[in-house]
Write a protein that binds this ligand. Sequence first.
Ligand SMILES: *Cc1c(COP(=O)(O)O)cnc(C)c1O
Length: 408
Amino acid sequence: MTRWQEEAARLDAADPLADFRAHFLIDDDLAYLDGNSLGALPKATPDRVAEVVRAEWGEGLISSWNAAGWIDLPQRIGAKIAPLVGAQPHEVVVADSVSVNLFKLISAALAMRPGRKVVLSEPGNFPTDLYMIEGLEKQGLAERRLAERDGIESALGGDVALLLLTHVHYKTGEMFDMARLTKAAHDAGALVLWDLSHSVGAVPVDLDGADADFAVGCGYKYLNGGPGAPAFAFVAERHQADLQQPLSGWMGHAKPFEFSDDYEPAPGVDQLLCGTPPIVSMSALEVGVDLMAGIGIAALVAKSRKLSEFTRAAMADMVPELPCISPDDPEVRGSQLSFRARNAYELCQALIARRVVGDFRAPDVLRLGFAPAYVRFADCWRAVQTLRDILDSGEWRKAEFAERSAVT
Ligand SMILES: *Cc1c(COP(=O)(O)O)cnc(C)c1O
């Protein structure tokens, strides 16, 4: 055994979360380092989904809206996500996708800052965040402004209505200082919307402690809600009375079952609901959230840091030719590491062929994600060792590894 393999075995033996992998349906020989893109399947999910479909829908039919608690699912799951992001239970609700929730909350923020139109973000932010601002710009409602990380604070002029940032950068894993940037935005009279898609369930987030205004986050990454799982949205309690979002669907009405002609927003985060919630998907998400909430954020964060730190050190030692573009300091890094490689795509495909799943982010990034609930230190060691093998043998040059599919 090499030194790193021994170290991995030692860390796995001492890992307080080691038993949690058994809660997921994931092959023992699979090193799955892509839970930051699509979380693994909790073992309890197929049975829960079957129960929702067969018993609650099949037998209960329409009575299940009340009897099975379908109608409260968006709030119930939101309340369970809240402690993972430092929010109060009534500040979080589950609905739609991250993109749609961005639209609602960017619009709501603009309405709360009349006379200001600028939505400030950073170039290279996750595409959908930038595109959603663009969509509002095309309607004449917003003006998109982008500033590099170190220039964000100075770009916060008196015309900025909203600062929209992704807390952990999807490509580099860099993590913003949420409290500092939120304060800078508030000092400039702007509101802040945090995208927590790469944060929730893996890094410490304290929305209320940072005095954040709004947030959105993803259900299918570290929350293990399944492909296309619904997303969540956070609105600080102090803004809930003034909130006005434009997708004024009937499920966000104060009294949807009075079927009135006029829209009256529900109080609180309930207003963020638009149409009828996807109950089957929400039920799957609830299983994933229950698992993460059961472990607790402190234990998840502690293990995430150990996994990424172990991998960073092993990579620097064994694969020094691939520079790490993620921060060295675990305090300012998400639960992932990204490496720059000219043939990142081919390397990634060659790794997958050897049952080590990471992912590729265009144009030249190989990304390894550490979902602390089920990733083992041995998986991290295997990723590093396999990468070394593939580089040494030139295996990645095989033509089959250069073919690109629709999803990369
Ligand atoms: C994954 C991700 C999203 C996903 O948005 P959807 O609309 O749910 O597809 C949004 N923002 C960031 C930063 C992400 O990482």
